[in-house]
Design a protein around this ligand. Structure first.
Ligand SMILES: [Cu+2]
Length: 341
């Protein structure tokens, strides 16, 4: 009787395990962030069960500027207060079916675009809710103790207030400066800091493009590239602009692991202001090359309506996601949803 029981248990275990291994070879269906179903026989990275996922909309990020909470000092100086919270436990679907542990400032990669006018007092109330030490290091002019390098902010609620006068005029990156730096930056702890001239710039349709990449298999090489985090996003959701309207792009290269990145525009050329610090453009071109944290301001306008590509002319990057489209329309022409491709 006992022997029969053993045999029966043995047979059922064998059946169960063979069914399990068969199941692992089965084609799987994944619903992507865009709602499409894709099928794969490959491994599927399971999002960390205890981590919240990041919802990031590159279309919203593109023209979203955070001017802070504004007040005036007794001397009349404009004060801008920002609260920035670092976290390192969130997961984001970087590409359909590829989940990656992003480290975030205020919940997104890149963090918010912080904007001030030259001479404003900028106060950043920084809270580190992560599990590792983090800081905020702003490129620009400030006191040594406001540089976010030696004043390490501990995990689990550590706080620091960065205070400095906005300057110089231009477009600057901010990023975490805790070692290993490559790891803290490549996971997503960066954003853009714009300092406007007191007299302002000519009116324009303004946007921010952070050129970034993600090493999702941890071999110190990027698997995906993008303008604003999601590969191919602006190819599927073209950026709508108008003919004869001045377009101003604040572009910042934050790609780790690769020494250079670049930006090529189709059917047009742009005036380029390196770092945005000068009022006179250095060049009129359709192609710039940027090393890490190199940045600048591009200005152009389209005469002819239609669809125009912009992309890395480093073909490997564009084939892995760093490519997009401008949909140029005459003013007054019906503008459809930016989500139609
Ligand atoms: Cu960090």
């Amino acid at each position: 009787m006992v022997l029969i029981l053993f045999v029966l248990v043995g047979i059922s275990v064998t059946i169960a395990f063979s069914t399990l291994s068969e199941a692992q070879k089965e084609q799987k269906t994944i619903i992507t962030h865009s709602g499409k179903a894709i099928q794969t026989y490959g491994d599927v990275l399971d999002p960390l069960s205890n981590a919240s996922t990041v919802e990031f909309d590159p279309q919203k990020y593109l023209r979203d500027f955070n001017y802070g909470h504004i007040s005036k000092s007794p001397t009349g100086q404009t004060i801008r207060d920002f609260t920035i919270i670092a976290e390192d436990n969130k997961t984001q679907e970087i590409s359909p079916g590829v989940f990656y542990n992003v480290w975030t400032f205020n919940g997104t990669v890149p963090g918010p675009t912080i904007r001030a006018t030259e001479g404003d007092l900028v106060r950043i109330h920084f809270i580190n809710n992560g599990s590792k030490s983090h800081t905020m290091h702003f490129h620009g002019i400030h006191k040594a103790e406001m540089d976010g390098v030696f004043e390490i902010v501990g995990p689990g609620g550590g706080q620091f207030t960065y205070e400095f006068e906005a300057g110089p005029v231009g477009v600057h990156p901010y990023h975490c400066h805790v070692m290993p730096l490559e790891e803290h930056i490549s996971h997503g702890l960066y954003g853009v800091f714009i300092v406007d001239p007191k007299e302002g710039r000519p009116p324009a349709d303004e946007m921010v493009m952070v050129l970034n990449g993600f090493d999702t298999d941890f071999d110190a090489e990027n698997n995906f590239y993008a303008a604003n985090t999601i590969p191919f996003f602006y190819q599927h959701h073209p950026i709508q602009i108008k003919t004869d309207e001045l377009i101003r792009i604040y572009v910042v290269n934050m790609v780790e692991f690769d020494p250079i990145n670049n930006f090529h525009l189709h059917g047009n050329l742009y005036h380029y202001y390196p770092t945005g610090t000068d009022t006179v453009p250095s060049t009129y071109t359709d192609m710039i090359t940027l090393s890490q944290t190199e940045r600048g301001i591009m200005e152009f306008q389209y005469t002819y309506p239609g669809k125009y590509l912009f992309h890395a002319h480093k073909v490997e990057f564009s084939e892995k996601g760093w490519t997009g489209l401008f949909l140029v329309q005459k003013p007054g022409d019906a503008t459809g949803s930016e989500y139609e491709s």
